[in-house]
Design a protein around this ligand. Sequence first.
Ligand SMILES: [Zn+2]
Length: 698
Amino acid sequence: MNNKNEYINYENNSKDKKQVLNSNTVLANIETISNNTTTIIMNGNNKAPNANNSTPTPTSTSSSSTSSSPLSTSSNIEFQFEYSPSRVHILVADDDVIQRKILENVLKKFHYNVHNGEEAWECLEKGQVKYDLVLTDVMMPEINGFDLCTKINLHPVFNKIPVILMSGTAVDYKCANDTIKIGGQDFLTKPIAKELLKKKIDTLLGSIWQKKKEMEYKSVLAQEREKGSLLAKQMKLKEHEIEELTRKITEISSISKEAMETPLVSVSRNIEELLQQSDWYKNEDELKSKLTQVLKELGSSNIYRPSFDKLIKNDSIDQATKSFLVTEFSNSTNRRYSIPTFPQAPPNKDAKEFIKAWDFDIFKYSEDDLMPFLVDMFENFQLLTIFKIPIEKLQRFIMAVHSLYRKSNRYHNFIHAFDVTQTCYSFLTSFNAAQYLTHLDILSLLISCMCHDLNHPGFNNAFQVNSQSELSMTYNDVSVLENHHAMLTFKILKNSECNILEGLNEDQYKELRRSVVQLILATDMANHFEHISKFQHHLNSSEFDRNKKEDRQQILNFLIKCGDISNVARPWELNFEWSIRVSDEFFQQSQYEKVCGFPVAPFMNKTQTTRARIAADFIDFVALQLYQALAQFLVESKILLDIMSKNRQNWQAIIELQKEGKYKDDLYFIKEPTLMVQNQKLAKINECDVPLTPQTSK
Ligand SMILES: [Zn+2]
């Protein structure tokens, strides 16, 4: 360390010429310098880059920010390992101040950042600067270069810092060898040529940084590759999903294609089969049968139905899709009244006549049998023609009405509704009431009769009010059920498939609606005596004026009331059956009232009355006065008073027999409610959300 020269004296060491100490390294080369001097570059211990420890300090002017790779551009990663002397921090450890200053000046000229490493270890430990290289003299009083190098290499953090040893004295092969052993990067002999020094440092650090850069690239590449492979996997999955979907679509489309072709194919096949037979025209029965089949298939409004069903049953279609198909493409759901299943009329040519009869035996017929009679009634008054009502619409209307009556009711069911309609029809025809009315009045009356008890729960208004049912809330306790029946009537009529009023002009519709509502409300027994006295008063004071709507409406209201309580004026057998039914319903209600703690009307209470008493009282206090007025209005109806009187006698006879204990009145159809089911039943009784789905009556 005595050489004050700016230049390091190279020792001509021919022995070490081109000596490669480790041929497996990037830096494995021998730098041949001019003047026949050789420097051994040893990189067997080439320090591994460590981003945490030896990442070059980035500067604001760092070139790294502008030198990103295509990969880094794509992934927004900047590589900080661009080598530049200005970013290199070198710790120079040399006890010879002059030598050190010279070296520092040389290094500074090359734009390295140079730090005085007089107390090298302390400098490192302070950690203020992250050194990229330690340049140390071998012979120093405090610690010699080899020891410093060893200490650095053993340190967990500093061991990444490369160390170059220098000596002006210990220049022999052994020193170089020792340098390798202790993990030094290079050994230089003083005086060191400054260009050589620069080259050496740049080569060493450039290589290390290059290595770091490579590793960073590799790491980024690995990440990208991982991302790529993940993406590829996802792509593969998506591709698989698409393939699966395509397969399903193809499958479904082939099924639907098959399904769509089937009815036509079937028609064609039937005709083909027929024609292929040489004597097809001779076998009349088969010909008929085949042609009927063809016509059936062609005439069906649901020509694709069987195929559609097949499609729906296919397992490869999931539930959601099936439900979508059924909702959107099937017309057999509850959305429409499209089932053309109106019952066929019984083959009776006299039907149009005998439905006018007062002794029409309603209990001989099923509900399906009764429905076509209603069409007859409309036809008899030419209402279909006059009000442009398509017969299918009338049939659908009747089916919808039928479906809204509760079969579970003993009395207030479709049969009662039909009975009231038939009674009024009888008044209109057999008893000549029609002469006072218009066709629109008759249309109103027939509709009202059919609908006047729609969805009757089998429990009267008093029960609705006492149980504070949903209906009583809706109609504020006033004519609760009648309002409900009228509301449902127009709910059905609002459905275009059942709307038999479409042919009416606006005025006709308004008049009919007003009339129907009044008619149905008139059946509320709460206003019974008011209706009678008003009608009686009119009868006694003036003629009914056919030109006055109010007069006609009063007649209509009166007729429907007579129709609603006509049972006691029917022939005995019919009266008896109706009386059994109505008392059954009364007794059932009273049972519920007892269980619920509601007031029980004595005329409904089985322990306080009998069927015969109910019927007799009904004639005495309700029906007689009404039918007396009717007899005054329709002279031909006087006969009904006779029938009623006979019935009254029969009931009285039964009452007498009962008093003597000779007649038992305990044949009850209704089971008594139990406490356990009463709440549930009550809810059911009061339920008023009625689906408007027509049903076939079976
Ligand atoms: Zn009724």
